[in-house]
Design a protein. Structure first.
Length: 346
């Protein structure tokens, strides 16, 4: 009897050892499958009704050149061991200085004919974040957002106070006329005309390539840290100091080293209501979804179902990326040590 029990026990122990062995084998396999890229960076320049028939070859080439130059700036920083935060900030500064995008220099006009700019940045390692909304004289709102994060005890500063903070921090300021561009001014006039005629003016249905162009960047650096940032002029003809999702942490921007870094673009009110950027991180953390699964679900199911037009860029801790959008186009691009791509249309 005793020998029978001993034999049974022996057989049980042997199979347990084999079972545990195969489990750790699986684990090992999983972690090698998910090797972390040394660095990766993704950008967007806005999502909307961007169709090939509305864009001539020269304009297309201009956008592709700008997207590639932005990727160059980010890749240089990351390749040389720079931080994800520095890459995100400097890429966005470049895009803000370009008149092509609805951020910084190329910001759209408010109903009253002014420019009010929003931006935010978040560090996935520390969960620190900074943002500005409705600034009117700050040349690079993303720099002001970073200063809020690093030099103030706050997360979000707005309007006159945010302008004053930027001046106190010694950031570059400009006179409001700096933000004038003819194409954005004309877009406002067209919009006001429509409103006068009481034609329906959905927030994003106008087939005008110049109407879009919020910018964003997410990055993974060689230390394994993630960061995200977003900058915008908001929506053409916005009123009453309207602020969109771009400077709202958890809506337009979010970063957490344990999950992902996200930057959104689109009809901001929907992105705020659905807390889109944080939802990306939450789905990955609580449901175990990949960055692509979470992005697809939020943009092409959840937001689409309620009429929320737009897209996002996201990157996870391994350098896996997602760039889903439910509009006809999104200016976008990514770079890793072995790949680089830019795109505009679906
Ligand atoms: N999300 C921005 C806003 O609503 C606009 C955009 O991304 O085009 O302010």
């Amino acid at each position: 009897m005793k020998t029978r029990y001993s034999l049974l026990f022996l057989a049980f122990s042997v199979s347990l050892v084999f079972y545990l062995g195969s489990c750790s084998g699986k684990k090992q396999q999983q972690s090698t499958e998910k090797e972390r890229l040394p660095y990766a960076l993704v950008i967007h320049g806005g999502a909307g009704t961007i169709k090939p028939k509305n864009m001539d070859a020269e304009t297309k080439a201009q956008y592709e050149k700008a997207l590639n130059e932005a990727l160059d700036i980010g890749e240089n920083i990351l390749k040389n061991g720079g931080t994800a935060l520095d890459a995100v900030e400097n890429v966005i500064v470049y895009l803000e200085n370009s008149p092509l995008f609805n951020a910084g220099k190329g910001a759209v006009f408010t109903y009253e004919g002014h420019n009010e700019l929003d931006a935010s940045i978040m560090d996935g390692k520390t969960h620190k974040a900074g943002a500005v909304g409705g600034v009117t004289i700050v040349k690079n709102p993303i720099r002001a957002a970073r200063a809020v994060m690093e030099k103030s005890p706050h997360v979000l500063l707005t309007c006159a106070g945010a302008n004053r903070f930027a001046i106190e921090q010694g950031l570059d300021t400009v006179s409001p006329e700096y933000f004038y561009t003819e194409s954005r001014w004309e877009a406002l006039q067209r919009r006001l005309e429509k409103e006068k005629k009481k034609e329906p003016v959905g927030a994003r249905e106008e087939p005008d390539a110049h109407k879009f162009g919020t910018v964003g960047c997410v990055a993974l650096d060689k230390q394994g840290n993630l960061a995200a940032g977003t900058s915008t002029g908001g929506l053409t003809a916005k009123r009453w100091n309207r602020i969109g999702d771009s400077p709202i942490i958890g809506a337009g921007t979010y970063a957490d080293n344990a999950t992902c870094a996200v930057s959104c673009t689109g009809h901001g009110e929907y992105f705020i209501r659905e807390a889109v950027a944080h939802d990306m991180s939450a789905r990955m953390a609580y449901l175990g979804e990949s960055v692509q699964e979470a992005g697809e679900h939020i943009i092409n199911e959840k937001l689409k179902a309620i009429g929320g037009a737009g897209g996002l860029i996201a990157i996870d801790q391994y350098g896996q990326i997602a760039m889903p959008f439910n509009t006809s186009g999104m200016y976008r691009g990514y770079v890793t040590p072995d790949e680089r791509k830019v795109g505009i249309f679906k």
